[in-house]
Design a binder for this molecule. Structure first.
Ligand SMILES: O=c1ccn([C@@H]2O[C@H](COP(=O)(O)O)[C@@H](O)[C@H]2O)c(=O)[nH]1
Length: 232
């Protein structure tokens, strides 16, 4: 059973286990889930997962796997065996890679949510041109989300700006996990495709990933409460 019904996922982007746990200890697992990304996991390893699970949090392991199908399937299985609530890969790794990962979880009867990153929220149309993709961000997100759904994934990481479009194409049940969430009081930082928490939920996002607006706020708990109040 889910620990929380809140759509909020707080990104613990920290350079050490101690710093991450210091923030986690200010938060409440009935209010939010937590996300562990590349920096924290590379520094702390699986110990961070154990520590956060021990504190009662659901954890999204955001390592964005992208490799040959067997390697990604094995990595996803390893994550799921450690009890994470959600794990992800890059949809641009293709159909065979996504199918292999989804099939492996099903074969092992692992219930971790498997989602695919479409186009990073730090990117705009011109960034796709730079990497040789002649589509708009919107078209590319749509293409990759549909491919992820056909491949048996539970949802995608996208910008909230694409949530309405994906809800109509992939359905309300298909997870739309959206970083680039910026309350009115917060700076955009390196995010390009942003939306406020309330607008993101109204657009059809199922989960909101929030990092710096909470973790770098002078009073993180107050920032989190302000976002929750906006959602209510
Ligand atoms: O497209 C993506 C995919 C992942 N992220 C991650 O989400 C958080 C956002 O943090 P903020 O501080 O709120 O910007 C961060 O961990 C990213 O790695 C993303 O932003 N966009």
């Amino acid at each position: 059973m889910a620990v929380t019904e809140s759509p909020l996922i707080i990104a613990l982007d920290y350079p050490s286990l101690d710093a991450a746990l210091c923030m986690a200890d200010q938060l409440d697992p009935s209010w939010c889930r937590l996300k562990v990304g590349k920096e924290l996991f590379t520094r702390s390893g699986p110990a961070v997962l154990e520590a956060l699970h021990g504190r009662g949090f659901d954890v999204f392991l955001d390592l964005k796997f992208h490799d040959i199908p067997n390697t990604v399937a094995s990595a996803v299985e390893a994550a799921a065996e450690q009890g994470v609530w959600m794990v992800n890969l890059h949809a641009s790794g293709g159909r065979a890679m996504m199918e292999a990962a989804a099939t492996r979880l099903a074969q092992q009867r692992l219930t971790t949510h498997l989602i695919a990153v479409t186009v990073l929220t730090s990117m705009q149309d011109r960034d796709l041109v730079d990497v040789g993709i002649p589509s708009s961000v919107s078209d590319q997100v749509t293409r990759l989300a549909q491919l992820a759904k056909q491949s048996g994934l539970h949802g995608v990481v996208c910008s909230a700006q694409e949530s309405t479009q994906l809800a109509s194409l992939c359905g309300d049940e298909f997870l739309k996990v959206t970083p680039g969430i910026r309350p009115a009081f917060a700076a955009a930082n390196d995010q390009q495709r942003i939306m406020t928490p309330r607008d993101a939920m109204q657009a059809g996002s199922t989960h909101l990933v929030v990092g710096r607006p909470v973790t770098q706020a002078e009073r993180p708990m107050e920032a989190l409460k302000a976002i929750q109040q906006e959602l209510e």
